[in-house]
Ligand binder design. Structure first.
Ligand SMILES: NC(=O)c1ccc[n+]([C@@H]2O[C@H](COP(=O)([O-])OP(=O)(O)OC[C@H]3O[C@@H](n4cnc5c(N)ncnc54)[C@H](OP(=O)(O)O)[C@@H]3O)[C@@H](O)[C@H]2O)c1
Length: 332
């Protein structure tokens, strides 16, 4: 199979990207619960970028094929999975095996989602991770009965899904971005509460808005001082849920008094843990609900470009140049 291969981890993102090469790899034999998937498209997420830098919690034996997520058609299957041959699937694979940046990859019973024929296969390449993350995060806000939430990295795709799910549930969203042009786009799309983290009066305005709307849940994908600033700005009895570390910085600036006297807490969210804890029947209901929202166009991943595997370097540079513009899909 033709694959994008990572020879070694490199903290320097440019060097890591430049080291990626196309190569032929041999796939292992299928296990009884495995399927062989012919790739339609593979996505590139911040976790893939962190992975090739060696900065993610998943470390594979090298050389390895990156790619945690993708879509395709089942073309072969182990003995207990034969009924899936010919089915369209979306996958989220974090096992220590070759990933989705290849013309074929191996999925397992626990990491494939069998799709409706009506599902668009480009959208399916970005279906297994972000929509479920947004859904699960919004479950936290709803359980906490928050009337409003705060989120940073608000130009990204998880954030876009959160806005959509929040709107359906009548929950207000305070959005934080790092660039003025991302803020302008969100404002032009009709979103009211948008802050740029570099603005002089950002902290004061965020605090005022958080108290005014009673935003008692925040979703933090950035880390660093940004986390503390949001945490301190929230009203009493709030929860900051950390689900990403895009800044690559330690969380700082948290005012201890806010934790001690104002009943505020910080927690973490990880999709893999959420999936392992949810009942199978409940997950099937959520899968159907989300898939239907994609088929009806209520949810949609913004895709800024589609590149062939051989153009991986150019593709990743475009993605990293403006992540808020949307995902880059990789195709064989
Ligand atoms: N815990 C989990 O289970 C889980 C699951 C899914 C996703 N995630 C995490 O969720 C986060 C968002 O993922 P995504 O797929 O939605 O991302 P995305 O669509 O690729 O967009 C990333 C967004 O983050 C912004 N950003 C990047 N670096 C930043 C920084 N240092 N400070 C502030 N903003 C920054 C980008 O803004 P620019 O346009 O300005 O670059 C862009 O709007 C990532 O950290 C990802 O790892 C976690």
């Amino acid at each position: 199979m033709s694959s994008i291969v990572l020879p070694s981890y490199n903290k320097n993102i440019l060097r890591a990207i430049l080291s990626l090469k196309l190569a032929d790899r041999t796939l292992p034999e299928l296990g009884d619960d495995d399927v062989l998937i012919k790739t339609y498209a593979a996505s590139c997420n911040p976790s893939d970028i962190a992975f090739i830098q060696g900065g993610y919690n998943i470390v594979k034996k090298l050389p390895a094929v990156p790619g945690f997520e993708g879509s395709g058609t089942v073309v072969d299957a182990g003995k207990r999975m034969k009924n899936l041959i010919g089915k369209k699937v979306s996958c989220f694979i974090q096992d220590d095996i070759d990933g989705t940046w290849a013309d074929h990859f191996i999925g397992h019973r626990h990491n494939i989602l069998v799709l409706d024929e009506a599902m668009d296969m480009d959208q399916a390449a970005c279906f297994s991770v972000n929509p479920f993350t947004a859904y699960a995060l919004m479950q936290i806000a709803q359980l906490r009965e928050s009337q409003a939430i705060i989120q940073n990295a608000a130009g990204g795709q998880v954030a876009a899904f959160i806005r959509q799910i929040a709107k359906i549930n009548g929950i207000e969203v305070i959005n934080i971005v790092r660039k003025q042009n991302t803020a302008d786009i969100l404002l032009a799309e009709g979103f009211k509460h948008v802050f740029v983290e570099q603005d002089d009066d950002f902290q004061i305005q965020l605090r005022d808005m958080a108290h005014q709307l009673n935003a008692t849940t925040a979703f933090d994908a950035v880390g660093g001082p940004n986390s503390g600033i949001i945490f301190n700005a929230m009203p009493n009895d709030s929860e900051l849920v950390v689900y990403g570390g895009l800044s690559n910085k330690m969380i700082t600036e948290i005012d201890a008094m806010e934790i001690i006297f104002n009943d505020k807490i910080i927690s973490g969210f990880n999709l893999v843990d959420w999936k392992s804890e949810i009942e199978t029947d409940d997950f099937s209901i959520i899968l159907n609900e989300l898939q239907q929202m994609f088929i009806e166009g209520i949810l949609h991943t913004k895709i800024q470009g589609i590149v062939n595997f051989k153009d991986i370097v150019q593709g990743l540079k475009i993605y990293l140049g403006n992540m808020s513009n949307g995902k880059i899909l990789l195709k064989p």
